[in-house]
Design a protein around this ligand. Structure first.
Ligand code: GLU
Length: 420
């Protein structure tokens, strides 16, 4: 399949390809199931005007796409990035809808964002923009309707600001209206590192199935934001040598293994991977095609194209980002025998601990870190095992298997709830 069309169009084609073997239209004739499953419930566009520090006003488009809430309240992050478009947010909301079904959480799927170069704003501008977005979202979100969370360029700080703004505008406390908050504002221990840890949990399960031990393996990580950094640190704790890392500024490589704590400190200080003295400077492509056993793409969509996929040397790719591998690339990798652990499973650790956070908020009773991490591990390993077994039986890819499991869960509820 050649990659054509917008991100959401391609996501839909992929979904329909994976849904094919389930024969939904034959099994449930006249139910318009494929259209119902691939059309968002609601797509909301906002205009946010920001008063800049210099007195000028700048206008940014923002979005929230609520894809489907048959499985529970809409759930998904907010991304602040110049590349954000309605099409991208729709595709990401669609994947959230599948992701929560893959790990069997009582949530639907949503996503939102602002098309803004967030990093270039001053701290007071960041706070004003984030709080203004929360105010605009007030009528569209809530603990029982739609629960935002962090995504690209947003984290605990932004979630804390949004909780406060929402409290001021709604007039009541409801900590469960947003997840990924600072721990002292009702966040969960372990949420910040949950996506990165979850990536490594399923990656090491897949490695075990291929007879690869973590302490004998090497890894490359593309992206050193919240997901990539925590995944790299966790791999290091498991004894895997991380030989290459990149971020927007470029890559750094050291075949003897990068000192990840030192790299983290360097990035905390300078904001960039580049210039790290513990390795040599390389390009983005060198990191993706580095000689290693594991590759974790943890940046944006479409990082691994058909051209890149031919040069990838890793044996396992574990998708920390959403949609990092194009479909054409996935087919080439499959033919080359490279195992791809799909995004809808691989990065589901974040939303899983978001679910734990939401549960803790509803009870106002907070769990110790050990309990959070144990439950995260159980959830991820169970989901991986179920997907891997089905893939083995059907001799299909892990992505095909994960999609089939998600679609079956979604269809079951769609049929149970009826149409009227
Ligand atoms: N933005 C994250 C994701 O893509 C987390 C979503 C959440 O915790 O709701 O999975």
């Amino acid at each position: 399949m050649v990659d054509k069309g917008s991100l959401f169009e391609r996501a839909k084609v992929l979904f329909l390809t994976y849904a094919g073997p389930l024969g939904l239209e034959q099994k449930y004739p006249g139910q318009a199931l494929t259209t119902r499953l691939t059309t968002p419930d609601k797509s909301i566009k906002y205009r946010i005007s920001l008063g800049r520090d210099d007195g000028s006003v700048q206008v940014f488009p923002a979005y929230r796409v609520q894809f489907n809430d048959d499985l529970g309240p809409y759930k998904g992050g907010l991304r602040f990035h110049p590349q954000v478009t309605l099409d991208e947010v729709t595709a990401l909301a669609f994947w959230m809808y599948l992701k929560t079904a893959v790990v069997n959480l009582p949530f639907g799927g949503a996503k939102g964002g602002i098309a803004v170069d967030y990093q270039s704003l001053s701290m007071p501008e960041k706070e004003r923009l984030t709080k203004k977005f929360a105010l605009m979202l007030t009528n569209d979100i809530g603990a029982d309707t739609d629960i935002p969370a962090p995504d690209v360029n947003t984290g605990a700080r932004e979630m804390g600001w949004m909780l406060h703004a929402w409290r001021m505008s709604s007039g009541h406390y409801d900590r469960g209206m947003i997840t990924g908050k600072p721990v002292d504002m009702g966040g969960s221990l372990g949420r910040a590192e949950a996506t990165g840890r979850g990536v490594v949990i399923v990656l090491l399960e897949a490695a075990r199935d291929l007879g690869l031990a973590p302490e004998e393996a090497t890894a490359a990580v593309q992206g050193f934001g919240n997901v990539g950094r925590h995944a790299a640190l966790e791999l290091g704790r498991q004894g895997t040598k991380v030989v290459a890392v990149s971020d927007v500024s470029g890559g750094v490589m050291n075949e003897a293994g990068l000192d990840l704590e030192a790299l983290s400190a360097h990035v905390a200080r300078t904001g960039l991977v580049q210039g790290f003295p513990g390795g040599r400077s390389v390009g983005h492509l060198d990191v993706l095609t580095a000689k290693c056993d594991f590759l974790i793409p943890a940046a944006l969509e479409d990082a691994i194209t058909a051209a890149v996929s031919r040069d990838i040397q890793a044996r396992i790719i574990c998708e920390g980002a959403n949609g990092p591998t194009t479909q054409e690339a996935a087919e080439i990798l499959n033919r080359r025998g490279v195992q791809v652990v799909p995004d809808v499973l691989a990065n589901a650790g974040g939303v899983t601990v978001s679910y734990f956070e939401w549960v803790q908020n509803r009870q106002e009773f907070y769990w110790p870190i050990g309990k959070v991490l144990d439950r995260l591990s159980t959830k991820m390993v169970d989901a991986y095992r179920q997907i891997a077994e089905r893939a083995k039986e059907a001799r299909c890819s892990l992505r095909q298997s994960a999609y089939e499991i998600a679609i079956e869960r979604i269809v079951q509820i769609t049929m149970e709830r009826g149409v009227h």
